[in-house]
Design a protein around this ligand. Structure first.
Ligand code: RTP
Ligand code: MG
Length: 148
């Protein structure tokens, strides 16, 4: 089953949105296989956002993501990478539709509540950047027979 890396950013943690965000992915039918509240070091932030190195917003991005605790998660499900990006909404809350996480809770692009991997490769890279294999839990849920 496909896995993705999702993370409630420091603004989402400070605004008490962790529970609501977890609930959305649970209610959808996805399965949480790993989670932790943590501070991101500058080094980890630069690795995580390596694709944006050199862009004008890179420093602001690293400063923001290291500014407070984040809630890092691994979720599992059929096409969870693409489907969770749809549930998150567009990067800029101005374009994110109501009903999406960023559309419902975000106001500005640089504080947009949640991160999600944008493809299979980045999902694998980000999961192993944030989690050791033994931190991920493999288990079967009876409910899955009603989701799939
Ligand atoms: P993320 O990686 O955080 O899940 O967001 P994303 O895929 O939707 O957007 P991405 O292009 O990867 O950009 C990463 C984060 O950088 C900030 N950003 N600021 N000022 C700007 O033009 C700008 N562009 C991007 C956003 O906070 C975005 O989430
Ligand atoms: Mg991205």
């Amino acid at each position: 089953m496909e896995r993705t890396f999702l993370m409630v950013k420091p603004d989402g943690v400070q605004r008490n949105l962790m529970g609501k965000i977890i609930a959305r992915f649970e209610e959808k039918g996805f399965q949480l296989v790993g989670a932790k509240l943590m501070h991101i070091s500058e080094d980890l932030a630069e690795q995580h956002y390596a694709e944006h190195k050199g862009k004008p917003f890179f420093t602001q991005l690293v400063d923001f993501i290291t500014s407070g605790p984040v809630f890092a998660m691994v979720w599992q499900g059929e096409e969870v990478i693409a489907k969770s990006r749809i549930m998150m909404g567009k990067t800029d809350p101005l374009e994110a539709l109501p009903g999406t996480i960023r559309g419902d809770f975000g106001v500005v692009k640089h504080k947009n509540i949640i991160h999600g991997s944008d493809g299979k490769e980045s999902a694998q890279r980000e999961i192993s950047l944030f989690f050791d294999e033994e931190e991920l839990v493999e288990y079967h849920k009876l409910l899955d027979n009603w989701v799939y």
